[in-house]
Write a protein that binds this ligand. Structure first.
Ligand SMILES: CC(C)(COP(=O)(O)OP(=O)(O)OC[C@H]1O[C@@H](n2cnc3c(N)ncnc32)[C@H](O)[C@@H]1OP(=O)(O)O)[C@@H](O)C(=O)NCCC(=O)NCCS
Length: 447
């Protein structure tokens, strides 16, 4: 059965809507005035929910984000060439574009661009942004050169990016326009080149020193060996994943592009599955997101704990246990429970930890022993650990996460945990509740 329209669902549950909106406000503040380059692969325009995606992009613009969209057109070019009775030749993942194919390529790209411009114009006359006028800018922003002859193959009108006119794009953004860039480039000699959309998008993100590069791919996200989507990757982890030759060629192509962007000054790259309706908003306005985040920030230092880490964990938590902030855990107990622990490391030193105890029967988990070395506080380490724990909890099918705390009530409340009663805990956990300690209980709904 089709889901009810969005408006109907809001009316059904206004409290939830208000709560969601309030929780989005930190993200609204932090994204305002930032520059995001969004690559959308060509498949998106053929989907039933294309209007939703364009509406979401228009919403980002309305929230003060400087938006550049680079659209792909690969399936449309393939189809147009097939209709014209032409066969497409690929060398690796790069199309060969003979001069005779160029008119079909330009036609296919032009059609996709028109669909985007049409939708972007329409998004403004329909809810939720009715009445606002959105202007779309485009132009000869991308200077290209031919790929040339490689391995004896002349790629002809397949080009690569030589330069992106970041200043011109920035001016259009300053004027409040959304910039839409097509995967075509022009040489100073006046020739037209067919470009890879991901190369155009990452080169644009680098030229603009964008805060984020977001890729709405028509392919699955990078997964670990057990087949679970990887929620975040540092540059080293991403490089290792590529070297291990995992995933599909398309997933690897997108991860390579994300890695390139991060290595050239873009802070964060997000890989998203465009088949998920609302992926862009979920990634940008919820704590946990729904994609794979690639970043040069020190995320790779978050990992599962092993028995060898017990000494480091103890030296981190013992002072907090002595001060009564954390419950005392013996070395033996830590040894038994070590698999539940995640930790953060800087230069080989354990500087933060947290544990997740799942109760699969009741689909609820307990977050415990969250601690950050005082020297490393207020640098977002606790937030990173929480984000990882929330994702893990969801991936394993948990529906609620609770925490018992004596001194960090507000830290949890500000992150969407709601006050709860001891009776709200699973019965076994209630039996272990220490009434003398009198910790407060907080629960977060993971749905
Ligand atoms: C709570 C704790 C994990 C936060 O670590 P952190 O890495 O500094 O946290 P982040 O950098 O992600 O967040 C910093 C923000 O949280 C706030 N914060 C830190 N500790 C807080 C607390 N106990 N209560 C409320 N807010 C707190 C900071 O003021 C800062 O916000 P601001 O910049 O707006 O002022 C850390 O203070 C700690 O180890 N406390 C002792 C152990 C504990 O109480 N654990 C929770 C029980 S399981």
């Amino acid at each position: 059965m089709a889901p009810p329209p969005f408006e109907a669902r809001i009316v059904d549950d206004p409290d939830r809507y208000v709560l969601w909106f309030r929780r989005s406000s930190p993200y609204i503040y932090s994204h305002r005035g930032r520059t995001f380059v969004i690559l959308v692969e060509g498949e998106a325009v053929t989907r039933d929910d294309f209007a939703h995606l364009v509406g979401d992009i228009a919403l980002l613009h309305a929230l003060g984000i400087r938006v550049v969209v680079v659209h792909g057109a690969r399936p449309q070019i393939d189809r147009r060439l097939a209709e014209a009775g032409e066969t497409t030749r690929y060398e690796g993942d790069l199309r060969v574009t003979p001069a005779a194919h160029l008119p079909w390529v330009m036609e296919a790209v032009g059609r996709v661009r028109a669909l985007w411009e049409g939708r972007l114009s329409m998004g403004m006359t329909h809810p939720p942004l009715a009445g606002a006028r959105l202007r779309v800018a485009g132009g000869n922003y991308v200077v290209a050169r031919p790929v040339g002859v490689r391995g004896g193959v002349d790629f002809e009108h397949t080009g690569e990016v030589r330069r992106v006119d970041g200043e011109a794009i920035a001016r259009a953004l300053d004027e409040g326009q959304v910039v839409l860039i097509s995967p075509l480039g022009y040489s100073p000699t006046g020739e037209v080149f067919n470009l890879r959309a991901e190369e155009v998008a990452t080169a644009t993100a680098v030229a603009l020193k964008a805060d984020k590069y977001l890729c709405l791919a028509a392919t699955s996200l990078p997964c670990d060996e057990a087949g679970r989507p990887i929620v975040q990757m540092g540059l080293e982890a991403a490089t290792r994943w590529l070297e291990a030759d995992l995933g599909t060629a398309d997933t690897r192509r997108h991860l390579r592009a994300a890695l390139y962007a991060c290595r050239h000054g873009v802070q964060r790259a997000h890989l998203l599955d465009q088949r998920r309706d609302g992926a862009l908003l979920l990634e940008l306005f919820t704590h946990e997101g729904v994609g794979t985040l690639v970043t040069g920030e020190p995320l790779e230092n978050i990992r599962r704990a092993a028995v060898d880490d017990i000494g480091g964990i103890l030296s981190l938590i013992e002072p907090l246990e002595t001060a009564g902030v954390l419950v005392r855990r013996s070395r033996e107990r830590l040894e038994q429970e070590i698999d539940h622990f995640l930790l953060a490391e800087v230069d080989g030193r354990i500087i933060a930890c947290a544990a997740l105890y799942p109760d699969f029967e009741h689909r609820v988990g307990e977050l415990a022993c969250l601690a950050v070395d005082p020297e490393f506080r207020r640098q977002g380490w606790a937030d990173r650990l929480l984000r990882t724990i929330l994702r893990r909890a969801r991936e394993t099918g948990l529906e609620r996460l609770f925490v018992l705390t004596t001194q960090a009530e507000h830290w949890f409340r500000e992150r969407g945990f709601q006050p709860a009663r001891v009776e709200d805990l699973p019965r076994q956990r209630q039996a272990l509740y220490n009434w003398q300690r009198n910790s407060k209980v907080f629960i977060k709904d993971l749905n």
